[in-house]
Design a binder for this molecule. Structure first.
Ligand code: NAG
Ligand code: NAG
Ligand code: NAG
Ligand code: NAG
Ligand code: NAG
Length: 178
């Protein structure tokens, strides 16, 4: 049982470290979230990098009080969990409805019929995009393929309206924007 005091000391150290790191001010957070968006202009799908507006504010919500919070907009209908195998070709399609598409794992490669623009979406921390190119606004939609061996876990969350935003770039967000 010689290791018990060591364990106890380690726990104490971990506890005081946690206490010291509580309530980091929100000034250390970015001002907003930049999101790759599949939008449409003149009946054609297009990729853009959007900065959501409004951006982060300090939360008063129990459990995350004092942290940075940002609204993702009002949602509608059923959210969906989709499991896509590796090496899957989703083909050309329109967004079924305006929605958040949140890639939790895998890799999605998005391309366009009438442009050389493309987006590589890596599942995880920066895996959320907006897919807004419904058939009403885009004749041909976009292509999505999942070119790696890894399966893709994705959540689709249908939206009531397009979230407030500023257009940063007429292309997908890059490494510098997320
Ligand atoms: C962190 O901030 C919240 C809200 O400002 C406050 O209620 C809480 O007591 C703070 N926690 C610590 C450990 O200071
Ligand atoms: C949500 O899914 C349930 C179960 O499939 C279905 O009965 C319901 O109509 C759906 N709601 C909407 C708004 O699509
Ligand atoms: C878009 O590309 C398709 C083929 O991918 C072509 O048939 C169509 O004419 C193009 N439309 C425009 C407006 O460039
Ligand atoms: C988009 O194209 C469809 C045919 O594919 C056409 O019916 C519609 O009027 C076009 N809309 C706009 C805004 O150009
Ligand atoms: C969003 O993009 C802007 C403009 O490129 C950049 O200044 C900002 O740091 C980015 N935000 C994040 C969270 O990366």
């Amino acid at each position: 049982m010689i290791f018990l005091p060591v364990l106890f000391t380690t726990l104490l150290a971990a506890t005081s470290a946690a206490a010291a790191s509580t309530n980091t001010t929100t000034s250390s957070f970015p001002s907003t979230l930049n999101i790759t968006t599949i939008t449409a202009h003149n009946n054609q799908s297009a990729l853009e990098c959007w900065a959501l507006d409004p951006g982060y504010t300090t939360s008063a919500q129990a459990g995350v009080s004092g942290t940075a919070m940002l609204p993702l907009g009002p949602i509608t209908g059923n959210a969906t969990n989709i499991l896509i195998p590796g090496n899957y070709d989703g083909g050309r399609h329109n967004a079924p409805t305006i929605q958040w598409v949140i890639f939790l794992s895998g890799v999605a490669h998005i391309t366009l019929p009438n442009s050389t623009d493309e987006a590589w979406v890596i599942g995880g921390r920066n895996g959320a995009i907006l897919a807004l190119d419904t058939a009403e606004v885009s004749t041909q939609g976009h292509y999505t393929v999942y070119p790696t061996e890894e399966s893709t876990l994705v959540w689709e969350v249908p939206l009531v309206e397009v979230p407030g935003h500023r257009v940063l770039y007429k292309r997908a967000c890059g490494g510098a924007e997320v």
